[in-house]
Structure formats: C-alpha cells, structure tokens
Design a protein around this ligand. Structure first.
Ligand code: MIG
Length: 692
C-alpha cells in the first residue's frame, strides 16, 4: 500500500518510473497523514515528524555513515565531495531519501525532493523523528506492508528495476589514482597473472586523459589506445576509465566548443556560462538535466566505446567544486584587504576560513541554472539530481548505442532513480578499521534504495593501508558485487603483490570466484524481483528481538549469513545465530572445515587468513572451482555448501553475462539435495555437483 501527498510545486525528479500512475493528494488539503504529522517549518520549509518508542528502529537512507539502524544521528541529503568519512559526518555523496520505521508501527517513507532534506532521527530528541524539507515543494510517499521486506519490494517496484552490470564486473578490479600510462597498467596485469592472483579489470583514473579533458586519451601515455584495449582484452582484462563532470575550458577542445555553441552548459543569471575549478582547471558543467544536453553528453561516451571500452565510472558529479571563479575573484580582493590590515587573531581566522571555504560552497551552487522539463531552475533546487542525471546521460546513450550488451557503469553521486542506470561506489573512504564496518553497514540501506551494484574502495582510499587491514577488508569485499581495490595518490601502494603474504590474498580472492555462481544468481534475482541482496538479520528473522540489534552481520541472499572480522588483531569474533547454521571456515577454495552450530551466541575463531560463511538450514550455496577471471569460471562443476535437514532446493540463475535481456525463467537450474545426500539438478545448466 503506497500513499502519495504532494506539497507545493515539487520538481519532478523521475525517481519513480511513472510517478503519474500513483494518484496523489494535495498535502495542504488534508491533515490525515498516516504515521507522520506534517507541518509548515521556517521559511517555507516543511517538517514531518513522529514519536519513536524506545526500541523503534529506523532503516535505510542508503549511503550514509553510522549503523544499520540509523537512529540517533542527523543525516542530510546534500550530495557533497568530502573525503573524510568520520562518524560525525551528516552527508556523503548521495541523496537516498527512503527510510523504514519498525517497531510500534511499521512503514516506509520516501521524501522525493531534489533539494536539501534533513533527517533528524532521534538526534535532537532521542524519542523523536523529524524530517525537514527545504523550500521548493516535495512529494511524500508513505508505504505500508506486511513486512519490512515487502515494503522495500513495493518501493523498489515503483522506482523500477535496478541496473544489472555485465558479469565480468563481478570480478576483481585493481585501481589506483596514480597509474599513469599503458606500461603501468601492463605491469599491474602482469604481476597479478604471474602470481596467479585473479583479475578482471584495471581502472583508469584521471591521469589517462589529456589534461583531464573528458573523452580524450593522452597519446603520449597511451600510443595506440585501441590496440592497448585489445591487448588487454586478450588477457581477459577490461579497462575502466573515469569520466569527470566538469568539461575543461580550452579553445580547440571539441567537447568544450560544441557545448558552448549549442548552449549545453549551465549558465548564470546573466546568461554567461558558470565557471568552476576542478581537476582540468577552469570548467563548465554540462546541463545534465536538460534533455538535449544530456543526450549530447551521453553520446560522447561513444568515443571510448568505439575504442573498445566497455565500462566507466563517473566521478566529481555532486558536482564537486574546488572553487567557483566569481567567488574566487571576491576572495582575492578580500585577501588584498587583509594584506593591508594588521591582522588580529580573529581576522586571521577570518582570512583562513575565507580561503578554506571556497570549495563546494553553497552560495556558488546558487548562481547557476538548469533547463529542466521546460523550466529554468536554479541549481540548488535540484542539486541532488546532478550525479543521477550525469549517469543517466550515459545510461540512455548506452541504450541507444549498445542495445544488446551491458556496459559497466557506476557513479559517485546519486539520487534514487539513478539505480536504473548504474551502480555506486561509496567514495573516498580511508584505510581505517572502522571503515570496514561502515562498508558492511551501508550495504542493506543501499539495497533498500535500489542500489545493488555497489562496493567500497577495498583497503581504503585515503591514508596508508596495512596488510592485515587490507586482508580483513577483502574478506568482506569478496561478497560485494563491486569488488575493487582503489587508493589515492601518495598513499602506500596497496596492490596485493606489495605485501609479504600474497598467498593469503590469492586464497581469499579465490573464494570470490568460487562464490561467483551464487553471488551472481542472488544479485540478478534481487534485481528482477525488486528485492535486497544484503539484508539485516531482522529482515529475515522478523520475530527475533536479538537479531534486531545485530549491527555487524548480514544475510547475503537466501542461503548465507556473513560475519566478517573487522577489528585489528582479532583472532575471531562473537556471532549471533538466529537459528542453527552450518559454519564453513575457509582458508582457500579447497581448504577449510565445517561444523553445525546451534542457534545462539558464539565466539568463533577466524584467523587473519580465514573467512566464515554460515549456511542456513535447508539451504545451499553452489560454488565453482574458481578461476583467474570471471570468464574462466566453470559452471559445469559445482561444489555445494549445504545444510540439509529435510531437503534443500536452490534455484541457480545463470546467463551469458552480457545480453541486456534478463529473464529469470530461462536461466534457472534447480538443484536439489536430499537428506540421504542425493543430488539432482535440472534446468539451464547440467552441472556435475559434489557435496561439500
Ligand atoms: O578530487 O580522480 O572519489 O576515487 O581517485 C579527487 C581522482 C578526485 C575522487 C574519487 C577518487 C579518484 C579521485 N577523485
């Protein structure tokens, strides 16, 4: 059951595939809102609120800091580029305005508004939930259902099917901001291959471009780029270049010149293009919201597709702003003032903050405009849509240019709706132990908001990593659809071969290729059924009060629970089992042991090089025998992790991993294991199955 209330004149975001199909009530004309009270706030904002009972839980909000239960903190949807993801941050790169309340009452809320929205979930007052929507109108959806999972499904149904990447994008990707040229990448590939460490993709960060110009490739660093792409494809490596939001201002650069000529860039009130500073130096921002500009910008990806590229990541699309040029001029003037003054401590800090404050400045976002659905709209009113529409530009272009095959695409900034066009990575985390847990805790919320293809920078982007941290992080990462090791310039090198115990990395990573049949199957089923792949325990064990408090374990698909170790020097951890489960402890694909554990609390050993996998009763996890890349994985021989009391049946989905058309019916193989150990499999595949 979904109800819709419209306040003011909201901007249509296209978060829903067809918002018109749900009849709405004018919010001003009723006082009868289920679960929430709605009132006018200051300066034409709106405030939604309700009381919370002591044990009510709030789930959702996608990419944000803190726990699976979001209660107790204040979150703000205001897409922002800031690389310090401390637990006291209020906003990250995304605006995922969907949450679920569970406890005395159970309901879902989607605040469809592209401007800033603030969720005070028991921060100001422990027992009160308050959502403030900045001026500009919004659409409020309130959802009810028999269970949390059912409400999520209903929401996901109206926002449309989640993006499904090509299957190779489930393989391991190696990235680093600092790979400069073809030889750097060749070396990365060679060292993985020589050491038998699996690898499917290498990412190309901004240095591949000619002076950070989108859709160019520096020909000194990459002589014969198409040839290089081909050479890599022969090694089963996909190259994935980055695309930034800002277009460099440079005479003779065709993207810039066309954009100016056609009027595709965001303009200020005076009709001149807005000028910002980002990596290329001075840039214009394409008006991603304008249909024509979007189609034009999307069309540019063809330049790289034509050279053999089949995957991209979209960066800096909050959009990040190192500075706005107009404001910078003001800053210089003021600095001159300062230089003529005798500084006291107050004016000193005034000066310092003036300089530090030039990045991502609210007032700069208020100076340029979009053309959207026939209207001129100031950027701040639609700020949270920019990343969505940049990625949509690419997605719509792929629909036109590549109707038959899937192209890898994920973005940094996002809004709900973008999940139809690409995935997200969670941005510039750090090599901190706390960020392994944060990675885990974000996953269910992202799934609730439609983002299934997602992952964090394994090993941490900022700061220096350590071998044990990277290994522990990988032990979570082998379960996330996007599995990429990425790090920043000037931090410690963190390719697996930089460390002493490479065999540990090889063994753990090998497990991912073992789990691939299951993970891919669960991913596609979740996408097609509008379901989640990563679930809090409480979504499955709905009556179990203990499960509701578990913040560091997840259900992965229908058969499996994971409980990764995320503490430095730990040699195991406490795990809560809502029911009897079979624990498999892996050191590598063919080395491990298993034991049945009763429901309840356990301390479970897990040495640095061990991964724990818990299988639910009457369930199974089909595993492959691994491979050096996704293409190598042999689907005709499966080893079944299983815990059978009466009978376990698993519907394994498989397909060619590339065609766009995805239908479950044709790709299912039904595998059955009986108590006496007999196994049968029928359907698409005819695998040789072995119990494990
Ligand atoms: O201002 O392209 O989040 O993954 O390596 C930094 C350089 C710009 C931010 C991305 C990060 C990427 C980096 N980019």
């Amino acid at each position: 059951m979904i109800r819709k209330f419209v306040f003011g004149s909201p901007v249509e975001t296209e978060a829903l595939t067809d918002s018109g199909s749900i009849p709405g009530i004018r919010g001003e004309e009723t006082e009868d809102f289920p679960h929430l009270a709605v009132s006018a706030g200051e300066n034409q904002s709106h405030v939604l609120s309700c009381d919370m009972a002591p044990h009510d839980i709030i789930y959702g909000l996608g990419e944000n800091v803190r726990g699976i239960n979001k209660r107790g903190w204040l979150y703000q949807s205001n897409c922002k580029d800031d690389p310090l993801h401390t637990e006291t941050r209020h906003e990250l790169y995304a605006a995922h305005n969907f949450f679920l309340a569970d406890g005395r009452e159970r309901f879902g809320v989607f605040v469809d508004a592209p401007q800033t929205v603030t969720f005070d979930l028991g921060y100001s007052d422990r027992d009160r939930l308050t959502v403030t929507v900045d001026p500009g109108g919004f659409v409020l959806y309130i959802l009810e259902g028999d269970s949390l999972r059912q409400i999520v499904k209903e929401f996901r149904h109206v926002i449309g099917r989640s993006y499904i990447p090509p299957r190779w994008a489930f393989g391991y990707g190696q990235s680093r901001w600092g790979y400069e040229c073809a030889d750097d990448i060749r070396q990365v590939v060679r060292r993985h291959r020589d050491n038998h460490v699996p690898l499917d993709s290498v990412y190309m960060d901004i240095d591949y471009m000619e002076n950070y110009k989108d859709f160019t490739v520096d020909s000194d660093k990459f002589p014969d780029f198409p040839g290089f792409v081909r050479e890599m494809r022969e090694e089963n490596i996909h190259l994935v270049p980055i695309i930034d939001a800002g277009v460099k201002i440079e005479e003779g650069y065709s993207v810039y010149e066309e954009g100016v000529k056609e009027g595709y860039f965001c303009k200020k009130e005076d009709g001149k293009e807005f000028v910002g500073g980002v990596w290329p130096g001075r840039v214009h921002f394409p008006d991603m919201l304008d249909e024509k500009a979007r189609s034009w910008f999307g069309g540019k990806y063809k330049v790289l597709l034509d050279q053999g590229i089949d995957g991209f990541w979209n960066d800096m699309n909050e959009p990040a702003l190192f500075y706005g040029e107009d404001h910078l001029d003001e800053v210089f003037e003021k600095l001159e003032d300062y230089s003529r003054q005798e500084l006291n401590i107050q004016s000193f800090f005034g000066m310092k903050n003036l300089v530090l404050g030039v990045a991502n400045r609210k007032e700069d976002y208020e100076t340029f405009y979009h053309r959207y659905r026939g209207e001129q709209i100031r950027h701040d009113r639609v700020h949270n849509l920019f990343g969505y529409y940049m990625t949509r530009a690419a997605g719509e272009a792929f629909d036109r240019l590549e109707p038959d095959r899937r192209i890898l695409m994920f973005s940094r900034a996002s809004y709900i709706g973008m999940h139809r066009y690409g995935g997200v990575w969670t941005g510039d985390n750090c090599s901190w132990w706390s960020h392994i847990l944060m990675n885990l805790q974000m996953l269910p919320g992202l799934n609730m908001c439609g983002f299934l293809y997602t992952g964090a920078d394994l090993g941490g982007f900022g700061a220096d990593t350590t071998e044990d941290l990277l290994l522990r992080w990988l032990e979570l990462g082998i379960f996330t659809p996007l599995m990429r090791n990425h790090s920043a310039k000037r931090t410690r090198l963190q390719e697996f071969y930089r460390f002493g115990h490479m065999e540990d990395f090889r063994n753990i990573l090998g497990l991912r290729y073992g789990f691939l049949p299951y993970l891919y199957s669960e991913f596609v089923k979740a996408a097609v059924n509008d379901d989640m792949m990563f679930l809090p325990l409480s979504f499955v064990y709905t009556e179990d009060e203990e499960a509701a408090g578990v913040e560091d374990q997840l259900m992965v698909g229908e058969s499996m629970m994971i409980a990764p170790v995320y503490r430095q020097n730990a040699r195991g951890r406490y795990v809560y089992l809502p029911e009897n489960m079979k624990l498999y402890r892996f050191r590598s694909l063919d080395c491990g042991d298993s034991q049945i554990l009763p429901a309840g609390h356990h301390y479970v050993r897990a040495e640095l090089n061990e991964v724990l996998v818990f299988v639910r009763p009457d369930h199974m996890v089909p595993m492959s025998e691994g491979g050096c890349c996704v293409e190598d994985v042999d689907m005709s021989r499966l080893n079944l992790l299983h815990f059978v009391r009466t009978e376990a049946v698993y519907e394994l989905y498989h397909d060619d991993g590339i065609s766009r058309k995805v239908e479950l019916e044709t790709g299912i193989t039904r595998i059955k294991v009986k108590t006496d150990g007999t196994v049968s499999a029928e359907g698409m595949l005819n695998p040789e199955c072995r119990l494990r």
